[in-house]
Write a protein that binds this ligand. Structure first.
Ligand code: NAD
Length: 289
């Protein structure tokens, strides 16, 4: 009988981590007489963004974190959005701030991300946190890459010295996961849309991370036998969700694989909760003005 890869179940791992996070959040609340708080700013009516925000609010409830959802219409001006962020930066109830991306076209995403107080930047997208990650200093790390490291750790496989190949070089996934895997002493290769002979590179990967945004792009022939395959992709097609990896083919070759849905997605939100608790705890170390 053909061997099947072990499923790396992001839901089960998330539940375990969220139980621990809830204890930490409760401890914080008892000590500080206020709950940990996160503000989620949603501009516009994008249905996928609305679903993501709903899932984040649900995770907050599970972890004992208070969520403030700030919804504004798509026509919101840059000045109005900037003021919202400035107010949240000052709020003593809010430990973490995130703006749900993508923002409507007329708003400057980079400007908004860099306006968020880096200490409250629970998405880890502020240039200061990105810089800290790059030089290996403790920082708020982007949630999806942070979750990927936990998923790989959960396989029990050593990362040190392993060849990790990442397909995708975005600031949200590709680049930060490269830095995190480098910090785990992997040998890291980043591939992208201009990479030549992609399959030849991916076939050498002990750990393969696919963050492309193309349905079932990675086929069985691109995977080394026994590899750990992490599928970051979320591709909607005819009402169904697909990853960037052809699961049926990959699961016959890989040793471990994340499913879509139920792999990277739940861990991303769990890491957001973890970052929010970390940000709140850090405010205790640097007393408020
Ligand atoms: P992006 O569009 O910013 O980046 C995609 C990357 O894929 C680019 O760097 C590009 O160079 C590379 N690419 C495109 N075509 C390629 C090709 N033919 N060969 C090799 N590389 C190619 O996307 P992103 O924000 O990094 O997201 C990637 C995917 O992950 C999307 O499906 C997104 O929805 C998903 N995602 C999931 C989560 C989660 O929580 N599960 C979080 C973030 C992103």
């Amino acid at each position: 009988m053909e061997k099947q890869a072990k499923i790396i179940d992001g839901r089960i791992l998330s539940t375990k981590i969220r139980e621990k996070l809830k204890k930490e959040a409760t401890k914080f609340e008892k000590k500080n007489k206020r709950p940990i708080g996160i503000a989620v700013v949603l501009v516009g009516e994008d249905p996928a963004s609305q679903t993501y925000v709903k899932n984040k609010v649900k995770a907050c409830e599970e972890c004992g974190i208070k969520s403030f959802v700030i919804m504004r219409p798509a026509e919101t001006s840059q000045d109005e959005l900037d003021q919202i962020i400035r107010d949240l930066n000052e709020s003593i109830e809010v430990d973490g701030i995130l703006t749900q991306l993508p923002l409507p076209k007329h708003l400057d995403e980079n400007h908004v991300l860099d306006l968020i107080d880096p200490k409250k930047d629970v998405d880890g997208f502020h240039i200061q946190n990105a810089g800290k990650l790059f030089v290996g200093q403790d920082s708020l790390v982007p949630c999806t890459p942070a979750g990927i490291v936990e998923l790989i750790k959960s396989t029990g496989k050593r990362m040190e010295g392993k060849h990790a190949v990442i397909i995708g070089r975005s600031n949200i996934v590709g680049k930060p996961i490269a830095m995190l895997l480098l910090a785990q002493n992997c040998t890291v290769t980043i591939c992208h849309s201009r990479t030549k002979n992609l399959a030849r590179v991916t076939k050498r990967a002990d750990i393969l991370v696919a963050a492309i945004g193309r349905r079932e792009f990675v086929t069985g022939g691109m995977i080394k036998r026994g590899a750990v395959v992490i599928d970051v992709g979320i591709n909607r097609h005819e009402g169904k969700l697909y990853g960037d990896v052809n699961y049926d083919q990959a699961s016959k070759i890989a040793s471990h694989i994340t499913p879509v849905p139920g792999g990277v997605g739940p861990m991303t939100i769990t890491m957001l909760m973890s970052n929010t608790i970390k940000a709140a705890q850090a405010t205790l170390e640097t007393p408020q003005k």
